[in-house]
Design a protein around this ligand. Structure first.
Ligand code: PEP
Ligand code: MG
Length: 537
């Protein structure tokens, strides 16, 4: 047995086989084969298996996001069945006696290039689809996971998990996540907690490639990983798992109850989500609303800008699912560690201080407007609010509100239904705290992003685990900032919540309630625990 200590960033106990997340297809080599018939059969089998995968992907996407979004995979399947695609591959294997991987790569790339050179924009876009299906077939042929995230039930290992990879992990298959690098406040860790996937980071080189395929057990709360665990360790972890289960059962007593302090003060207890399926987790966790819908999830899981319809469908589904409960949709907060390649953001020396969040939206108004249109159109299906991230000045807020007003005017002009929903801001920089009194006149509510507020107040990069000891999340400066923000909000008669990770820190619940915090928004699995804690205060 090998025991390794890392940093637990998402609690929970897991047992399973270790698999390293494969990110890209293996390089394709040209191999000459001597049995052409056997190679043709290999190709045919792989093609069929790829079609089966696409059926599965299409079913899952339809169930999660609707038939419209699943249609792409139907198209991919049709392409895989099209002789325009398969004939050149078969021809190459026959005439040049090359392996199927090489034939698929070569013939597929030629076809993709043909598409790329077409004038018609729609046909041009099909080029990426041809590359995609070829990659899928090559992955099947070479037995790679092809960067699709979790393909089998396992404990997934990697150097580090990017936020988009984490967002795409299949909750049912990902028993846990372990990584060499990582940081507790990075978005991948937050996403793992939101999805209730146990996660441990920071094993460094101790997390050896040799562990692939080995049985393992881990405790995400303690940050301990056991490779080939001894029976005694398994027993102890199973007992702990059962006791956590009992604790969860006890917490069930708080389900469906109002969130009240000991002396009867009502606190809004909301959930942080990033997707339609997280809305299910929020309901399963007994959230009274959604205090932070990280809409960038919709961008991170895509290879290109999600269009208005796609976003509209997602917001609508979440609003409908939450059935009249308040849903605070935060507009796009991309940049810094949340990168999507297609944004082509400039390389920056200090990305956390760079072009991110509202700054991107203000410099790319067309992109911002697409999102706002989708949110406003969806607003009639529930109880939505809009929240702008990283507002740092009055001008940030007035510019963002002006664009929102333009969107409303355009919708009204076209007689498209929408609600004039509340517009709030995230308070997550020291500047916004200092001018909170001014911002409160222009905002309908405040939600404090303690992850970024801590980073910017303490000058501690939230991504950099090496300085974790200098990043005291209970630092008096951060607590005073929160108090000042709540006071400014209440002086102006608006509500103030916390949606950063500190909101779920039970050691601070009393302080937050003393400061008059009106709302706490946390990861769905923490809701009942926090309701119990609030009842004790
Ligand atoms: C925060 O900064 O506290 C926050 C909630 O936003 P994010 O973690 O997505 O940056
Ligand atoms: Mg933030």
């Amino acid at each position: 047995m090998i025991k390794l200590q890392g940093k637990g960033v998402s609690a929970g106990i897991a047992f399973g086989t270790v698999r390293f997340l494969k990110r890209a297809s293996a390089p394709v080599e040209k191999r000459v084969i001597d049995n052409i018939e056997a190679e043709l059969e290999r190709f045919e089998n792989a093609r069929r298996l790829a079609c089966d995968q696409l059926d599965e992907l299409s079913d899952k996407t339809a169930a999660k996001l609707g038939a419209e979004n699943a249609a792409l995979f139907e198209v991919h399947k049709m392409m895989l069945q099209d002789t325009d695609y398969t004939d050149p591959i078969i021809e190459l294997i026959k005439t040049e006696s090359v392996c199927a991987e090489y034939a698929v790569n070569t013939a597929g790339s030629r076809l993709a290039l043909d598409f790329a050179e077409m004038d018609d924009e729609y046909m041009k876009a099909r080029s990426a689809d041809v590359y995609d299906i070829s990659r899928r077939v090559i992955d099947v042929l070479s037995g790679a996971d092809g960067g699709e995230g979790a393909t089998a039930r396992a404990i997934y290992a990697a150097d580090d998990f990017s936020p988009s990879e984490t967002a795409q992990m299949d909750k049912d298959k990902t028993l846990a996540m372990i990584s060499r690098g990582g940081s507790a406040n990075a978005h991948s860790a937050i996403f793992a907690r939101t999805m209730a996937i146990p996660a441990i980071i920071g094993f460094g080189e101790f997390l050896s490639d040799d562990f692939a395929g080995k049985e393992a057990a881990l405790d995400g709360g303690e940050g301990v990983l056991y490779i080939e665990p001894e029976p005694g360790v398994i027993r102890a972890l199973k007992e702990k798992q059962q006791s956590q289960e009992r604790e969860r059962t006890e917490l069930e007593g708080y389900r469906g109850k109002p969130t009240l302090t000991k002396n009867g003060r009502k606190v809004k207890l909301y959930a942080n989500i990033g997707s339609v399926s997280d809305a299910e987790s929020a309901l399963a966790g007994d959230a009274e609303g959604v205090g932070l819908f990280r809409s960038e999830f919709l961008y991170l899981e895509k290879d290109d800008y999600p269009d208005e319809e796609y976003q509209f469908e997602n917001y609508k589904k979440v609003l409908e699912r939450m059935g009249g409960r308040e849903v605070v949709i935060r507009t796009l907060d991309i940049g810094a560690d949340k990168q999507a390649a297609y944004f082509k953001l400039p390389a920056e020396e200090n990305p956390a201080l760079g072009l991110r969040a509202i700054r991107i939206c203000l410099t790319r108004p067309a992109l911002f407007k697409t999102q706002l249109r989708a949110i406003y159109r969806a607003s009639v299906f529930g109880n939505a609010s809009i929240m702008f991230p990283m507002i740092n000045s009055l001008s940030d807020l007035t510019r963002a509100k002006k664009i929102a007003a333009e969107v409303r005017a355009e919708l009204a002009e076209k007689k498209i239904a929408f609600k004039d929903v509340p517009i709030g801001i995230m308070v997550e920089t020291p500047a916004s705290v200092i001018i909170a009194d001014l911002l409160a006149r222009e905002a309908d509510f405040f939600s404090i992003g303690t992850n970024d507020l801590t980073q910017y107040t303490l000058a501690c990069d939230r991504e950099n685990e090496a300085i974790a000891e200098f990043c005291d999340t209970h630092h008096e400066a951060v607590l005073r900032m929160i108090r000042m923000t709540a006071q400014a909000a209440h002086n102006a008669g608006i509500w103030c919540g916390i949606c950063g990770s500190l909101g779920g820190d039970l050691a601070l619940t009393r302080d937050f309630l003393d400061m008059g915090i009106d709302e706490l928004s946390v990861e769905p699995p923490s809701i009942l625990k926090l309701r119990k804690r609030i009842a004790e205060v």
